[in-house]
Design a protein around this ligand. Structure first.
Ligand SMILES: Cc1ncc(C[n+]2csc(CCOP(=O)(O)OP(=O)(O)O)c2C)c(N)n1
Ligand SMILES: [Mg+2]
Length: 345
């Protein structure tokens, strides 16, 4: 069975990338440091038995989500991708996710009072729901895009998902409707070549998911999803296009999943489907943060001391979120409360 590798070249079918300023590159770098630090923290918390439920780590694929969030405005709408539980996407958009960590830890201080597991939202920050139903964000993205256009609010919708979600028919309805109505929606596809335990080439008949966009008259770009700055440039181009009222835009970030579907699940070890040595090599050589720091240092935009400080800040941020969560009582709702939340009178 063929395994997907991240593309090393960008194929930009319709637009050229906007180039990034030094400030924008450093913003991306700081956000990726924070995202990867929190991702590792969530893995540790799960392994220590401190999280309720599960965690789908982002690992070496964190760069795309960070780029998706970093240049949005506060009022823009985002549907984060489920990998990394959307943490990188949301912190990059400027959302304080301490209450999200608390939510995972089942605490009263959680954004849904520790009762939601995976089904939370941050409406004040324009993240409207997160679902275990893969592809659920597509329909909502159309609705929010339509509202933004009709109200002339200037908002755009960043609709993030994996390559697997494009097997859901709703994605096609969303692409059709946003294109016909010229809605400000970005289809941000984080294509890691995997759909839970299945390789994408068993489920999609072509090399590029973004080829779908052409069928709906929508411009698209393909970028190396492990190149933080290529993803950042794609985000800027897509944001400029949608904000200008030119309709939807599709970005495919090619990346890889070097681990199992969720922390603790087997990575199809012992089967021919996943080459474990290759996965190990990806983990050893595919760190997008290392790649980004080498580039910034070579360009004279970052020193080792500054990189260490950024890492120390991220460690502190994570520790503060855990302390915030642990200071809050465990959510132990009564049966009556749970029933009231499930059944209508
Ligand atoms: C409608 C629906 N079908 C199937 C599933 C089971 N499922 C959970 S995650 C997942 C894979 C999603 O693939 P992708 O969107 O590429 O995300 P990735 O796991 O690769 O990050 C599937 C099929 C689901 N949650 N919802
Ligand atoms: Mg996938």
């Amino acid at each position: 069975m063929k395994q997907k590798t991240a593309s090393t070249k960008s194929k930009n079918s319709h637009l050229t990338s906007a180039s990034l300023s030094a400030e924008q590159k450093l913003l991306l770098y700081r956000n990726l440091t924070r995202a990867m630090t929190l991702d590792r923290l969530m893995v540790r918390l799960l392994q220590a038995g401190s999280l309720l439920g599960f965690y789908h780590d982002s690992g070496i694929s964190a760069a795309a989500g960070v780029a998706a969030g970093s240049f949005l405005r506060q009022e823009d709408i985002m549907f984060p991708h489920s990998r990394g539980h959307g943490i990188g996407h949301m912190i990059s958009k400027g959302i304080n996710v301490a209450s999200y960590v608390a939510e995972h830890m089942g605490r009263e201080a959680g954004c849904c009072k520790g009762r939601s597991s995976y089904h939370w939202s941050y409406p004040d920050d324009h993240v409207h729901g997160f679902s275990g139903n893969v592809g659920a964000g597509f329909g909502l993205s159309v609705g929010w895009g339509l509202a933004a256009r009709n109200k002339r609010s200037g908002q755009i919708v960043m609709s993030c998902s994996g390559d697997g979600s494009y097997g859901n028919g709703r994605s096609h309805e969303a692409m059709l409707m946003t294109s016909i109505w010229k809605l400000p929606v970005i289809f941000w596809c984080e294509a890691n070549g995997m759909v839970q335990h299945t390789n994408i080439d068993q489920l999609f008949p072509g090399p590029d998911i973004s080829a779908l966009a052409a069928g709906y008259g929508m411009p698209s770009m393909i970028v190396d999803g492990e190149d933080l700055f290529a993803c950042g440039e794609a985000a800027l181009a897509a944001i400029a296009h949608t904000r200008a009222g030119k309709g939807p835009f599709f970005v495919e970030c090619k990346t890889r999943r070097a681990g199992g579907h969720a922390v603790g699940l087997p990575n199809l070890e012992g089967t021919a489907l996943r080459d474990q040595e290759l996965m190990q090599e990806w983990r050893a050589t595919g760190d997008p943060l290392k790649r980004a720091s080498e580039r910034l240092i070579a360009e004279g935009l970052l020193t080792l001391a500054q990189a260490e400080q950024i890492q120390a800040d991220a460690d502190k941020e994570g520790a503060e979120m855990v302390a915030f969560s642990e200071a809050s009582p465990r959510a132990l709702p009564s049966i009556e409360e749970l029933e009231a939340a499930v059944y209508a009178d």
